[in-house]
Design a binder for this molecule. Structure first.
Ligand code: SF4
Ligand code: MG
Length: 313
């Protein structure tokens, strides 16, 4: 992803009409085959928008999404459909996207029908197979969405994504709505499925512990930009950006056997409608100087693969 995305969002009655805002800009990152890239940030940081833009669900006004040497942003609809099969989205709340009047078997079979994959017997076989992979039972084929618990629904959400045999899965807060005990079950299952299906994951979350557990690399988002990126261990051992430090300080670190000092940020995250000039973080940064108010810091590589956008570096 590069350059600037003009994001179309509806604020309902709040603005009286649809408004346009630039929620994500100058976001650029690579997703390597087989890895899990964690995109972390508070709500409103633009992480979901980034995921949706990759899929073309949120239109990009400019920039590129390069996949297999093709720019998905510029691809005609017809050709895009072929690639869309490879990239699947898993939502936070699969229930809202599961048709309540359809049985699970039918819901899972639907994408196969749309993409004209196999005959009915083959498709059914595939559905039963995928139910097993996500830890559900053959009899679940005949049940309706409301008959399932939150954890089971997320298994259905994963099954629906996996049945297309995707190469990339974009998981947007897939466990945030679940109890902690269920969260770890789903995360462990996701790790196993990743190995088995050779999946590349873009994992979007606001939860630091979850992202640390699941990710190989992490990008920290603040107000529509990535302010720091690096391998998970490097980032946690030596966070560089003042925002990353504050974010991580809120999570107890039991591995280091000492209590970190909690860094409390002043103020609220500004509206993405009017992001501050200079460094996007300057209105809340404890270390901000005058330069930070006017000059946008460039994204610099400090150590191997560890990048930060801050004038202190
Ligand atoms: Fe803080 Fe300035 Fe660094 Fe931004 S560039 S994070 S305001 S020190
Ligand atoms: Mg979101």
């Amino acid at each position: 992803l590069q350059k600037r995305f003009q994001v179309h969002q509806s604020f309902g009655n709040w603005f009286g009409k649809k408004s346009y805002l630039s929620a994500v800009k100058d976001v650029s990152f690579r997703l390597y085959e087989g890895e899990t890239y964690g995109l972390v940030g508070e709500s409103g940081s633009g992480k979901s928008t980034t995921g949706r833009t990759i899929l073309g669900l949120t239109p990009a006004s400019s920039g590129q999404v390069i996949y297999q040497n093709k720019d998905l942003v510029k691809l005609p609809k017809k050709e895009l459909r072929r690639f869309r099969k490879d990239i699947q989205l898993v939502f936070q709340d699969p229930f809202s996207s599961l048709n309540p009047r359809k049985r699970i078997g039918r819901i899972l079979e639907e994408p196969l029908i749309i993409h004209k994959m196999g005959n009915q017997t083959q498709r059914q076989e595939q559905v039963f197979n995928i139910l097993k992979k996500v830890g559900l039972l053959p009899e679940h084929y005949f049940r309706y969405p409301h008959e399932f618990s939150g954890g089971q629904r997320q298994r259905i959400g994963l099954a629906r994504a996996l049945i297309m045999n995707p190469k990339i899965m974009i998981c947007d807060e897939p466990v945030s709505a679940l109890d902690v005990s269920i969260q770890s079950q789903i995360l462990n299952m996701l790790k196993e499925l990743q190995k088995e299906f050779k999946l590349t994951l873009l994992f979007i979350t606001h939860d630091i512990s979850v992202v640390r557990y699941i990710s190989d690399r992490i990008g920290i988002m603040y107000l529509g930009t990535i302010v720091e990126e690096g391998p998970t261990d490097d980032l946690f051992n030596e966070p560089l950006h003042p925002y990353t430090k504050a974010l991580f300080s809120a999570v107890p670190d039991f591995t280091r056997n000492r209590l970190k000092e909690r860094i409390i940020l002043k103020g609220e995250m500004p509206s993405p409608l009017s992001p501050p000039a200079g460094c996007v973080f300057h209105t809340r940064c404890p270390l901000a100087t005058d330069k930070c108010k006017t000059e946008v810091p460039i994204f610099k590589e400090m150590q191997a693969n560890h990048k930060v956008a801050c004038h202190l570096f």
